[in-house]
Design a protein around this ligand. Structure first.
Ligand code: GAF
Length: 383
């Protein structure tokens, strides 16, 4: 990539940075409901090659979107502009870092190159936000703690781009640790690292190859539905978030959600949070069978209660469930396309892939892609 940088900018880069993607093992659509999540950073991610400039321009080039070409803007105007396309993630980080009082007096040339499949639910956007965060902190030698960068990444998503996501993705990407999953209580932001040890099994990422075009509106809609359900339940229970409830409490209170849609959304949030706590417990005990079953239940709830799976994810996950060498499978991330994960015996990965591919292709008419997840570190400076 140094060569490509030189080709585009005429000089060598002086620094390089990396931010990973993530998979979420379990705990889906719980983060903005004040629950638990259980993601890990993966070794696939986004690289940035950088050189400071003397003027105030930021010039951005992506090796993944060469057809878009160079995009440039000035640090004097950090307002959102649709024309600035993917570079809005970088611009948003500059804006909010500046608003925190940090100074970025000169611009940058930056070449970005990623190997996370784009729009596949492995958090390519949060990866770009955190890449921008560690780059800006590193280049201008700013003393910004990691949690602040994570929160600013979420703010870019929420306030700059208008997607009301929770904090899971930025947290996993900012705090990820090699060979560890991150068990996070989103309500308190307390977290612990849990060894991502799956014995004879590996996490197989299965990409539906369906892009998630409609994700944004459906995601925001789910979030609003949960807010309405919470407002109703607050009249009957002393709670701050849906995930404050146990399954048993919800069994009592659910009757107040007369609208079936609201009932199902809330039921997912509550039961998924319970499953996530249970998944942490059984993984710590090395009980992979139990972990796999929780993954399956999670998918079923995302399909039947939360309605964020769709035919592609359901077909892929069902094909995985049909394999004896698979302990569990579920969609990961926001859903509605994107990726699923399966816990597969390490000696059977090739045959499992072959069978899943055949069955998926028969129904969907195009093939899925597969990657064995390697759990890696969070965002960092490389050079
Ligand atoms: C997306 C969001 F960015 C996360 O905050 C989370 O809500 C996830 O969907 C669903 O669990 O990745």
């Amino acid at each position: 990539m140094e060569e490509k940088f030189k080709e585009q900018f005429g000089v060598e880069p002086t620094h390089s940075f990396f931010a990973p993607g993530r998979v979420n093992l379990i705990g889906e659509h719980t983060d903005y409901n004040g629950g638990h999540v259980f993601p890990c950073a993966i070794t696939q991610g986004t690289y940035g090659y950088v050189r400071p400039r003397e003027d105030k321009l930021v010039r951005c080039y992506s090796a993944n979107f060469e057809e878009i070409g160079m995009i440039e803007w000035s640090l004097d105007d950090l307002s959102y502009d649709k024309q600035d396309n993917w570079t809005n993630y970088i611009k948003g980080m500059y804006k909010f870092i500046n608003e925190e009082g940090y100074e970025t007096p000169y611009g940058l040339d930056i070449l970005v190159s990623g190997n996370i499949p784009n729009g596949a639910g492995l958090s390519s956007s949060a990866s770009l936000e955190l890449l921008a965060g560690v780059t800006i902190a590193g280049i201008y030698d700013l003393d910004i703690d990691r949690l602040t960068l994570i929160k600013l990444g979420q703010k870019v998503e929420n306030e700059f781009l208008g997607l009301n996501t929770g904090i899971m993705d930025q947290f996993a990407i900012g705090m990820g640790k090699k060979d560890h999953a991150l068990y996070l209580d989103v309500n308190t932001l307390n977290y612990e690292y849990v060894p991502a040890e799956f014995g004879d099994y590996v996490i197989l990422i299965m990409n539906t190859n369906k892009r998630r075009e409609l994700t944004d509106s459906k995601y925001n809609q789910r979030r609003s539905e949960c807010e309405v359900a919470l407002a109703i339940l607050k009249d009957h229970a002393d709670i701050t978030n849906l995930c404050d409830l146990t399954n048993e409490e919800f069994a009592e209170l659910g009757k107040y959600l007369e609208d079936e849609i609201l009932y199902k959304r809330a039921k997912h949030a509550v039961t998924e949070n319970t499953r996530t706590k249970e998944a942490n417990r059984v993984l710590n005990q090395g009980n992979l069978e139990a972990f796999g079953k929780l993954m399956n239940q999670s998918h079923i709830s995302l399909r039947d209660n939360y309605d964020v799976t769709g035919i592609e994810l359901d077909t892929l996950v069902q094909a995985a469930w049909n394999q004896d060498e698979v302990l569990g499978a579920r969609m990961t991330g926001a859903g509605m396309g994107g990726c699923a994960i399966a816990l597969v015996h390490k000696d059977q990965v090739e045959s499992v892939k072959k069978n899943i591919q055949a069955s998926y292709t028969e129904t969907i008419s195009y093939a899925p892609s597969f990657y064995v997840a390697e759990v890696g570190d969070g965002a960092k400076q490389i050079q």
